[in-house]
Design a protein around this ligand. Structure first.
Ligand code: 5GP
Length: 193
């Protein structure tokens, strides 16, 4: 999506460790009209899939998922990052390795909010190694919910998460796919024409 690529080039910053900071419009300050345009694109891509729920992970995924849920007119459900050891039996839980923090955390979703009747669209801001999406897929599997696919704002295609998940049969739609990036040479995208 050219509009998104231009926004990333204008406002994104590449940090050591191949981390892209997009705090200017997505991860800190939120450009609401712009995220609404991204939401419209996810809606266009998945509108025929009979979606009943949008599932993401707190925190950054929520802002991206919000306009998508509004357009589908379905609930936005987000996995909570659990910090305690006392998990209730009323929750689905999956372990996720955080790319940006290098730590392992648990994503928790209350069972009452996700069932085998659900047809789920996963949404997230970034796809890197695929751990966050794998955690959400695990939770959907525990619930017996059907996953229609995943909508990602920025895929770091030089990492293998997208490849692994597509090979597993998941439909992954990324609005911008980064071929490579570093502070010296900047960011290059995979053409999506
Ligand atoms: P994965 O689990 O696919 O390795 O990484 C995806 C998650 O890590 C996303 O939910 C996102 O929050 C975070 N992430 C991965 N790479 C980046 C990055 O370059 N920049 C930012 N801001 N977040 C990232």
């Amino acid at each position: 999506m050219k509009l998104l690529e231009d926004k990333i080039l204008a406002e994104g910053r590449v940090y050591p460790g191949k981390v892209l900071k997009v705090g200017a419009f997505l991860n800190h300050q939120i450009d609401v009209p712009f995220l609404t345009v991204l939401g419209e694109e996810f809606y266009r891509l998945f509108k025929d899939e009979n979606i009943t729920k949008i599932l993401t992970v707190e925190t950054s995924g929520i802002a991206v998922a919000y306009p998508v849920a509004q357009l589908f007119n379905v609930p936005l459900l987000f996995g909570k990052k659990n910090k305690t050891k006392n998990l209730s039996d009323d929750c689905y839980c999956a372990k996720v390795t955080s790319y940006t923090h290098g730590t392992v955390y648990e994503v928790v979703v209350e069972k009452q909010f996700l069932t085998s009747a659900d047809h789920v669209l996963l949404i997230d801001d970034f796809l890197a190694n695929g751990c966050a999406l794998e955690g959400l897929l695990d939770i959907c599997a525990q619930a017996g919910a059907t996953v229609a696919g995943a909508g990602i704002v920025i895929e770091k295609a030089f990492q293998d998460g997208g490849k692994k998940l597509r090979e597993r049969g998941l439909r992954v739609e990324s609005l911008a796919r980064i071929a490579d990036m570093d502070a010296e040479n900047g960011i290059t995208f995979i053409s999506q024409d």
